[in-house]
Design a protein around this ligand. Sequence first.
Ligand SMILES: N[C@@H](CCC(=O)N[C@@H](CS)C(=O)NCC(=O)O)C(=O)O
Length: 187
Amino acid sequence: MKLYYAPQTRAIRPLIMLEELAVPYEIVLIDFKGGEHKGLEYRRIHPHGQLPALQDGTLTMFESAAICAYLADKFPDKRMAPALGTVERGMYYQWMFYSMAALEGFALDRERMKECFLVLDRVLDGNEFIVGNKITAADVMIGSGVIYLDSRHHLLNDFPSLETYAKRMLARPSFQRAFTPQNETAR
Ligand SMILES: N[C@@H](CCC(=O)N[C@@H](CS)C(=O)NCC(=O)O)C(=O)O
């Protein structure tokens, strides 16, 4: 499996997934600052010239949430997605889509962002993870989204459960690797 990656981009999401899954993968480092992602060669992988993208055998795919969902399903024994047809699976879908449509969708609107943080704060009050009692791809998406957005908006002080959750996620080795870009260049 190849992950087309650049530090400090949305490619950190599938990187966190792969680290949580602890499966073998290869990183194809794209020179994002140098514009390699807009070159003809990379556009054969991702038609919009964006990161991330994943290649797995004959499959080439993009969209970070879709990649995370695919990886969760590919390795069911790692239980990074709740079982099909369960209440937890329904909630998992909700939060996976929410991470893109609401959390990311409202990224530029501070008031809507506060509303999202309040909703998540309530969900995480007394809960370690966004769904069920173990990490899933929904935590990868929501956790990484909240950490990134808070670095821009600085809102977490007002949302104690969400703040504790974000700190807990950030303490995981997978998140540490993704949010410490020098780790990547040192590889
Ligand atoms: N919805 C896409 C967004 C991908 C995206 O916008 N990636 C950024 C890096 S964080 C990018 O490649 N930007 C360059 C561009 O849009 O030209 C996903 O989540 O994968």
